[in-house]
Design a protein around this ligand. Structure first.
Ligand SMILES: C[S@@+](CC[C@H](N)C(=O)[O-])C[C@H]1O[C@@H](n2cnc3c(N)ncnc32)[C@H](O)[C@@H]1O
Length: 301
C-alpha cells in the first residue's frame, strides 16, 4: 500500500482505489491522445517474440494489444493492477480482442507481486511508479527485478511534470504549481512521483540493473486539437486547476487556473487558435544481471 493510499484520498478521475487519475475513462483518453508516442516508447524497449511479459499497473490494458503483437503467438502476457474495476475491464477487453497470445489478468500490488522469482522475461510498468514516494520506490523496483529472469528487462515509463508547458500562458505556470505542491508536502507520491521521470535511469541503476538507458519523449499538440486530445487536455487542466487552488500557487496565476477549471467554458485556452501543450514522458530500461539474483528483496546476501 502506498502512502497515497494510506491517506485514503479520493481524487478526480479515480478508480475504485480512490487514487486520482487511475480511472479507465481518463486513462483511455490519455492513451488515445498520446498513442503514437506511447506505442513508439514501448516498441523501443527491446521485448522479443516468444517472451513472457508482465504489464505491471495495467490500468485498462491499453498496452496489451501492442505487447501481444511484439511477443507474438509463441509469447505470453500477464497484466496486474491494484484496482479491481480496472482488472475487470481489462479482462473483458482481452476476451474481445482476439490477441495472438494468452493474457492472464489479475488484481495485485506492485509492493508484493503474486509471481515466483524469474517468472518473466520482461516487465513493462507504465505511469505507475508515480504512485510511490521516494521511500517506497526501491522496494517496488526490487519486486519488478525479482520476477524477471537474469538477462531479462525491466522497463519503467513515467511522466515528468516539469515538461508540461502551455501556450499562450506564463511559461512558469506549471512550474509554479510543481513548486507549490512540493512545498505543501515534499514526500507525497502524488507530488514527487510526477516529477521523477528524468531521474528514473538513476533509480534503475541503484536497484542493481545493468545496461540502463533512458529516453525522454516530448509529446506536443497544437490547435486545432482532435476531440480526444481536447478531452484529455481539458480534463487534465481542470484537475491541475483544482490542485493549484489547493496548493496555493502565486496569486497572479490563479486567474489563469480558474479559467481552466471548466473545459466546456467559452474562450477556453484549448480553443485558442495558437494553443500548444507539451507532455514529457520518460522510459528507462535496465537488464537484470545474474549477480542480482539470490540477494533477497532487501539486497542483502
Ligand atoms: C496512471 S495509471 C496507468 C495505467 C496504465 N499503465 C497506462 O499507462 O495506461 C496507474 C495504474 O497503476 C495502478 N496502481 C496504483 N498503485 C498500484 C499498486 N500498488 N500496485 C498495482 N497497481 C497499482 C492504478 O490502479 C492504475 O491503474
Amino acid at each position: 500500500m502506498t502512502s497515497h493510499q494510506r491517506r485514503n484520498e479520493s481524487g478526480a478521475h479515480a478508480s475504485s482505489t480512490g487514487q486520482a487519475l487511475t480511472g479507465t475513462g481518463w486513462l483511455d483518453a490519455h492513451f488515445e491522445a498520446c498513442r503514437p508516442e506511447y506505442e513508439a516508447m514501448l516498441s523501443l524497449v527491446g521485448i522479443e517474440p516468444g517472451w513472457h511479459v508482465l504489464d505491471a499497473g495495467c490500468g485498462g490494458g491499453s498496452y496489451l494489444p501492442l505487447l501481444a503483437e511484439i511477443v507474438g503467438r509463441s509469447g505470453r502476457l500477464a497484466a496486474l493492477d491494484l484496482a479491481p474495476d480496472n482488472v475487470a475491464l481489462t479482462q473483458k477487453r482481452v476476451a474481445g480482442w482476439d490477441l495472438p497470445c494468452p493474457v492472464e489478468v489479475r488484481v495485485g500490488s506492485l509492493g508484493s507481486l503474486p509471481y515466483p522469482d524469474d517468472a518473466f522475461d520482461a516487465v513493462w510498468c507504465a505511469n505507475t511508479t508515480q504512485h510511490f514516494d521516494d521511500e517506497e520506490l526501491p522496494a517496488v523496483l526490487a519486486e519488478l527485478c525479482r520476477v524477471v529472469r537474469p538477462g531479462g528487462l525491466v522497463a519503467v515509463k513515467d511522466v515528468d511534470m516539469n515538461l508540461l508547458r502551455l501556450f499562450p500562458a506564463d511559461p512558469f505556470l506549471v512550474l509554479h504549481l510543481c513548486e507549490a505542491s512540493l512545498r505543501v508536502d515534499r514526500v507525497t507520491a502524488e507530488s514527487r512521483g510526477s516529477l521523477r521521470g528524468r531521474e528514473l535511469r538513476r533509480w534503475l541503476e541503484r536497484s542493481g540493473l545493468t545496461e540502463v538507458w533512458q529516453r525522454t519523449t516530448l509529446i506536443e499538440r497544437w490547435a486545432p486539437l482532435r476531440p480526444v486530445e481536447r478531452r484529455f487536455f481539458g480534463d487534465w487542466l481542470a484537475y491541475l486547476a483544482g490542485l493549484a487552488e489547493e496548493r496555493g500557487v502565486p496569486e497572479a496565476d490563479l486567474a489563469t487556473w480558474r479559467a481552466l477549471r471548466d473545459p466546456t467554458a467559452p474562450d477556453h485556452l484549448l480553443d485558442h487558435p495558437e494553443f500548444y501543450a507539451s507532455e514529457g514522458q520518460v522510459v528507462a530500461v535496465g537488464r537484470v544481471p545474474d549477480a542480482h539474483k539470490g540477494r533477497g528483496r532487501d539486497g542483502g546476501t
